[in-house]
Design a protein around this ligand. Structure first.
Ligand code: NAD
Ligand code: UDP
Length: 314
């Protein structure tokens, strides 16, 4: 297959690209490097079947040659990053999604949207099944991301209904692993970097809010299984192993052997209280469930971060 991946310099985009390249496919990666990392492009550059186009997908995209799939992953994804890029975030999910849907139509390609558990907002139903419509503050600080993704889903399903475009929508829950950006402020990367440097581990609020953490290889396997089925509606992909943020901080401390103190800082506005995927649909439809327990995934991730932190300090 010849596939296009937007957001290829990012955490998930680079993992997806590498998996597809290893399976023998040709990958055209697109990124504007707004939150992505050169180091990921360098890693992908080792494959002769990888090519890269630096472009901002808020503008229409011209691509030569045929395409079988378009994977749209471009979007700032960590809260500190998207809060700094509010209009860019809304528009990459609105205009960017439209341009990639149009490109898919023009090329006769299928379209894959990286959506998010944030469409459930601060959920009142727990765990969250795909049938739950969510509880999103439409004008709160996080709305640029949450509503951007909700619009992207609506637009994608409309292209399916109006044009018959083959589509897939993955609702991704918090994912972690090697090649995360150590600086992007997400909870797993922040806690690991703080623990490895012996700096205070910053728990927001009292740490009783929960998240469920999926190892990146499991997520990418879920993506590829979703490609294989003909199902044009959202599918939750995540690991139901749920942690209180404070417990995650303690686990990272234990696994790194760190003596960092845990400090408490104010909870950001509209920070969801709880989040855990109901993956019944993914199990039935894809025969998929995560294989890597959080403790093991964190150990692998910590090993990678040790190298990344050393490199940054060198
Ligand atoms: P990331 O920030 O590491 O990667 C996003 C990439 O998109 C970056 O390389 C960035 O430079 C690029 N990008 C942003 N705006 C662009 C634009 N206008 N044009 C071209 N490229 C642009 O984030 P990630 O964690 O890899 O997330 C990838 C996708 O998955 C995002 O759409 C995100 O919303 C979704 N997602 C991720 C998670 C997660 O836990 N990592 C959870 C839910 C959803
Ligand atoms: N969080 C934290 N300390 C940090 C970063 C995040 O306590 O240094 C909390 C954050 O408030 C949220 C959870 O960890 O409750 C997950 O945050 P993240 O930014 O990784 O993703 P979110 O699921 O909120 O998009």
């Amino acid at each position: 297959m010849r596939v296009l991946i937007t957001g290829v310099a990012g955490f998930l985009g680079s993992h997806l690209a590498e998996r597809l390249l290893m399976e023998g496919h040709e990958v055209l990666g697109v990124d504007d490097l707004s939150t992505g990392q050169q180091r990921n492009l360098k890693r992908l550059g080792r494959y002769s079947r990888f090519s890269f186009l630096r472009a901002d997908v808020r503008q229409p995209l011209e691509v030569e040659g045929p395409l079988d799939w378009v994977f749209h992953l471009a979007s700032p994804a960590s809260p500190p990053r998207y809060l700094k890029l509010p209009l860019e975030t809304l528009l990459v999910n609105a205009e960017g999604t439209r341009h990639l849907l149009d490109l898919s139509l023009a090329k006769g390609a299928s379209f894959f949207l990286a959506s998010t558990s944030e469409v459930y907002g601060d959920p009142l139903v727990h765990p969250q099944p795909e049938t739950y419509w969510g509880n999103v503050n439409p004008i709160g600080p996080r709305s640029i991301y949450d509503e951007g993704k909700r619009y992207a889903e609506a637009l994608t399903v409309a292209y399916y209904r109006v044009h018959g475009l083959p589509i897939r929508i993955a609702r991704i829950f918090n994912t972690y692993g090697p090649f995360m950006d150590p600086e992007d402020g997400r909870v797993v990367s922040s806690f690991i970097v703080q623990a490895l440097k012996g700096e205070p581990i910053t728990v927001y609020g009292d740490g009783s809010q929960t998240r469920s953490f999926c190892y990146v290889d499991d997520l990418v396997e879920g993506f590829l299984r979703l490609v294989e089925v003909d199902y044009p509606f959202p599918v939750n992909l995540g690991n139901p192993e749920e942690y209180r943020v404070l417990d995650l901080a303690c686990l990272v401390k234990e696994l790194t052997g760190s003596s960092s103190p845990i400090v408490f800082q104010p909870l950001p506005e509209d920070d969801p209280r709880q989040r855990r995927p109901d993956i019944t649909l993914a199990k039935q439809l894809l025969g998929w469930e995560p294989k890597v327990p959080v403790r093991e995934g964190l150990q692998r991730t910590i090993r990678w971060f040790k190298g990344a932190v050393r490199e940054a300090d060198a």
